[in-house]
Design a binder for this molecule. Structure first.
Ligand code: 16G
Ligand code: ZN
Length: 528
């Protein structure tokens, strides 16, 4: 690739005096710091595609639930997974190269390291969320892709999971594990066809969905056109024109963190509500009871609901020796873990971040993974899918369960957590069980909990082990935490450095809300 083309194009995107890091979900920060990063991520995407023999790589420009002034960028690997972690460091190094010439040199170093030759045409697709800063960042990306001869295609405003879906479709087209039509229309058709069949002759009233004034709003409206009238979806907080409204007093993160309704929602008792985040890869449900008390149905509740429903279908379809496991993080409520284990299902705890959960979920025929914050999905292994689709039912009841199970595998976006797909999944399960939200909630009672964040001089001083449940550094701190935890009933607490902000997070749960709050405060005080 011509040195001049890269150096000249890079010259339009000078690097600010700043150290960048490819974190849990790519690069994420104030949008005005990002043009050079996005440009360089474009170069990395080109290399990754060439390294993968010309398979399509995705680039998503989004900062998810972060405030409107932020933005971010991350890569999607060929099967719709997050970028393989060993490549994150190359992204970090490219982003931190001090000059345009250094960018070019590092690019050629990577070509040599991976023995990447000329001749393969790299392919990259991209999309963004609805932030004001997104179009300019998309332009920076396109300039990089053009400078190195990438065959590229933009999909405009898309949810993060939609782009993951399209990447996988493009790379599996014409194979026996083709994932679907590689278009947005194909995405809506795939989900809605499965949903409509699963809801056949059922109806389930109304669900009101807060879209955080992000890209999930228009996407949900589009999806709505494809689904039958078995449910009524009321779309709220879907103003994507007023940039300042994004994620403001709305959305999954607001509801989960504050454990309360978005101020714009006046909830009717026992009606269903859900909130998406800014790029629609997270969802939480909630309702108020007859006494107007708010109840959150978070990622843990969605995981337990899905795992038990799928387990029942597998059983009723007459499929045996089928492993189902639930993957969680340290944030999973202790009651949810106890509930899953009581159902005889294995649970695994991994560090925070989708890539860790996703990886662990691959160990099962069916791996259900959700973070408590509402990010998650269900994976079926290819051998499990084969068994499901080849299974011969022995009775009408088995045949019916099997049909539902097949549709469930189509309804779920298996590339990554997808709020729209998860919304339809929950709606289907509640309709099949004929459950109101309080019945779902009654499966187990969450232990009261509290999440705090602490500003620290250097979060990198905090090192964890045991899936982030214990600190190894600073020395002695874990013993102090343990001593505090020992003073409370049913208590648990951990401290972990954030992967997305320069803070340390403190989580505590205990038998009562007062105790959980107090424990969190005391642990936080240890960090001073
Ligand atoms: C990122 C992760 C999310 C995780 C969050 C934790 C992905 C796609 N996103 O947003 O899953 O819950 O980081 O943030 O992996 P923290 O490290 O700041 O607590
Ligand atoms: Zn998100």
């Amino acid at each position: 690739m011509s040195q001049e083309a890269i150096v000249t194009a890079s010259g339009a995107y000078p690097k600010p005096a700043q150290i960048f890091q490819y974190g849990t979900a790519g690069f994420r920060m104030k949008a005005d710091l990002l043009p050079s990063v996005v440009f360089r991520v474009g170069l990395l995407a080109a290399l990754r595609s060439r390294y993968k023999g010309g398979q399509v790589i995705g680039v998503m420009i989004t900062a998810s639930h972060n405030p409107p002034a932020d933005n971010g960028v991350k890569l999607i690997d060929p099967l719709g997974e997050m970028l393989e972690s060993s490549w994150e460091a190359y992204g970090t190094a490219l982003a931190n190269a001090e000059s345009d010439q250094a960018v070019y040199e590092y690019y050629t170093q990577l070509e040599q390291k991976f023995n990447i030759r000329e001749g393969v045409v790299p392919q990259v697709i991209y999309g963004s969320d609805t932030r004001e800063s997104s179009p300019a960042l998309v332009q920076a990306l396109k300039d990089a892709l053009d400078a190195v001869g990438v065959k590229s295609q933009g999909f405009g405003y898309v949810t993060t999971p939609q782009l993951h879906y399209i990447v996988r479709c493009l790379n599996t087209q014409g194979t026996d594990h083709a994932y679907g039509e590689p278009t947005l229309e194909g995405y809506y058709k795939k989900l809605s066809t499965a949903f409509n069949q699963l809801m056949n002759n059922r109806s389930n009233g109304t669900v009101t969905v807060d879209c955080a004034n992000g890209v999930g709003g228009p996407a949900l409206r589009e999806l709505q056109k494809h689904i039958n009238n078995s449910i009524e979806v009321v779309v709220t907080n879907d103003d994507t024109e007023t940039f300042s409204k994004l994620n403001s007093h709305s959305g999954a993160d607001y509801v989960k963190t504050n454990q309360r309704l978005p101020p714009s929602v006046s909830a009717k008792p026992l009606a269903r509500y859900a909130s998406l985040d800014g790029d629609a890869d997270r969802i939480v449900y909630y309702y108020v009871d007859k006494n107007s008390i708010f109840h959150l149905l978070d990622g843990d509740k969605i995981a337990t609901l899905s795992a038990s429903f799928i387990g029942d279908l597998v059983h009723h379809a007459g499929i045996t020796d089928f492993s189902i496991g639930v993957v969680q993080t340290a944030y999973a409520n202790g009651s949810s873990t106890a509930y899953i284990e009581k159902q005889g299902l294995p649970t695994v705890c991994t560090p925070t971040g989708v890539k860790h959960l996703h990886h662990a979920a691959l160990a099962y025929d069916c791996g259900v993974y959700f973070e408590a914050n509402g990010h998650g999905t269900v994976l079926f292994s290819s051998s499990a899918l084969q068994r499901i689709f080849e299974h011969a039912p022995e009775s009408p009841a088995q045949a019916s369960a099997l049909t539902h199970l097949k549709n469930i595998t189509e309804l779920i976006n298996q590339t990554v957590g997808d709020a729209l797909s998860d919304l339809l999944l929950v709606e289907v399960i509640l309709a099949h069980k004929d459950w109101t939200p309080d019945l779902w909630d009654a499966c187990y009672t969450d232990l009261p909990n509290k999440l705090e964040k602490a500003e620290v001089a250097d979060r990198n001083m905090y090192k964890t082990t045991d899936a982030e449940r214990k600190l190894t550094h600073p020395a002695g701190l874990q013993d102090q935490i343990d001593a505090l935890v020992g003073k409370y009933e049913q208590a648990r607490s951990f401290v972990r450095p954030s992967g997305t902000e320069n803070v340390v997070r403190v989580y505590a749960e205990a038998a009562t809300k007062t105790e959980a709050d107090e424990l969190a405060q005391k642990v936080k005080a240890l960090l001073k």
